[in-house]
Design a protein around this ligand. Structure first.
Ligand code: ZN
Ligand code: FE
Length: 266
């Protein structure tokens, strides 16, 4: 089948499938009955196996940032699938064919979806997210009940990036790069032990993991209710951050930096 033979009708069975890579990465695979696009293929094998088993034609690869566990499989996939590779302009990813940045639009016509590129630096220098059709692919910036580490940016940058994501509509489906949810909830409980939404989330996500199911996608609403890194203005969160620091900080970026430092050692 050729790319222009893929259908893009709304009832064509569009789905987002999590392919597992390494121990806890997800390669999010957007597909319909005929075509597929993959986000952050850190490994080629799960992608190639899935495409073959489902008889799907790969039409695009999207990358959020340059870490190997997100882009390490691209070169091998390209050996047998000549497709456009979108990813952040300004990061060292040699396999990109379409470098993109904030405000750019990435359309995957064969799947009937289009994304706006959002700049969300902090985890890496030029980390991007793809937002569209009520979905957000945000790599290692926003995690379910947590956020990525600050490797190349500053805590202030990562905080601003998370604020940008938190401003998206509440029902946006959040597809993160890793299955870190239960560990993140453990930290979130240390920050906000009395958050009842958090305790409910722990029960339902633990049930999913017991059945070996992903806890993703999340939603922006769920993150705003339970993710301490999006709740740095709440009195309980400020109080816990101050207790950790042993001094008084109340500006949102300062509270965020304290939480991020605390989580690194948790
Ligand atoms: Zn990363
Ligand atoms: Fe990662």
């Amino acid at each position: 089948m050729r790319p222009d033979e893929c259908t893009n009708m709304p009832d064509n069975g569009f789905q987002v499938i999590p392919l597992r890579a390494f121990t806890d990465n997800y390669v999010w695979t957007l597909r319909n009955a005929a075509c597929a696009a993959v986000v952050d293929p850190g490994e080629a094998r799960p992608v190639l196996d899935y495409l073959a088993a489902e008889k799907l034609l790969l039409v695009a690869i999207l990358a959020t940032h340059h870490h190997q566990d997100h882009v390490g499989g691209i070169a091998e996939i390209l050996e047998t699938h000549a497709v456009p590779v979108y990813g952040p302009r300004g990061e060292p990813i040699t396999t990109l064919t379409h470098p993109v940045g904030g405000g750019d639009r990435v359309a995957v016509e064969q799947l009937g979806v289009a994304f706006e590129v959002l700049d969300i630096p902090g985890h890496t220098r030029a980390h991007i997210a793809y937002y569209g059709s009520n979905m957000l692919f945000c790599g290692d910036t926003l995690f379910a009940c947590g956020c990525g580490r600050v490797f190349e940016g500053t805590p202030q940058q990562l905080y601003a990036s998370l604020e940008k994501l938190a401003a998206l509509p509440d029902d946006t489906l959040v597809y993160c790069g890793h299955e870190y949810t239960l560990a993140n909830i453990g930290f979130a409980k240390a920050v906000e032990p009395d958050n009842s939404a958090l305790l409910e989330r722990e029960a339902s996500d633990a049930r999913l993991r017991r059945d070996k199911l992903p806890t993703l996608p999340s939603t922006i609403a769920r993150e705003k209710a339970t993710n301490p890194f999006l709740r740095v203005m709440r009195p309980a969160v400020i109080e816990s951050a101050n207790k950790y620091l042993g001094k008084r900080v109340s500006d949102p970026a300062g509270v965020f930096a304290a939480l991020r430092q605390w989580k690194n050692q948790f």
